[in-house]
Write a protein that binds this ligand. Sequence first.
Ligand code: URA
Length: 211
Amino acid sequence: MRVLEIDHPLVAHKLTVLRNRDTHSSVFRQLADELVTLLAYEATRNVAVAPAEIQTPVSPMTGHRLTNPKPMVVPILRAGLGMLDGLTRLLPTAEVGFLGMVRNDETLEVTTYANRLPDDLSGRQCFVLDPMLATGHTLIAAVEYLHERGARDITCVTLLCAPEGLKTMEEQIDPSIDLTIVTAAIDEKLNEKGYIVPGLGDAGDRLFGVV
Ligand code: URA
């Protein structure tokens, strides 16, 4: 498992505004979207391309194009939806599948309540979107789900990670799975309620308003 913490002044700036508890939902959504596009640039560094012959106005040349099968983008409902446009802006031809996962706030156990993905993901590169890697249980379940269906390599894009969750993923995920975590920051710790500290609070609530 590779972990890439993106060190860039614009990432640091946007993340600081997101973390601020006084930032309103509408600004939060806009900044999360922009931040994901910056992370997506790094997350797509190994996206599969193949040589393509084209003709410029001046001469023929060999360029590169995304190959088939196209990448699969998988937002984890609900908070991952707030990251979808930010990623598909750079990969507009990707297909999008959905995984609905919810964490029990007391036991921190994760259950899958919905999925809308092809059964066969053989050879597909998958980009999983979930803003907060806290205990790691949601992303472990998502990565195993995609790997069992044949995904070729899996990149998880997150805004924040807790060191505890990264450690659990490292321990529990089969090391033969080609897995990359791309994040804007690795924070200090998880608190007793499973929130990332200093974190940004409940990402779903801040994106969509408290329900
Ligand atoms: N999920 C969130 O939305 N925030 C946290 O801090 C941890 C998990």
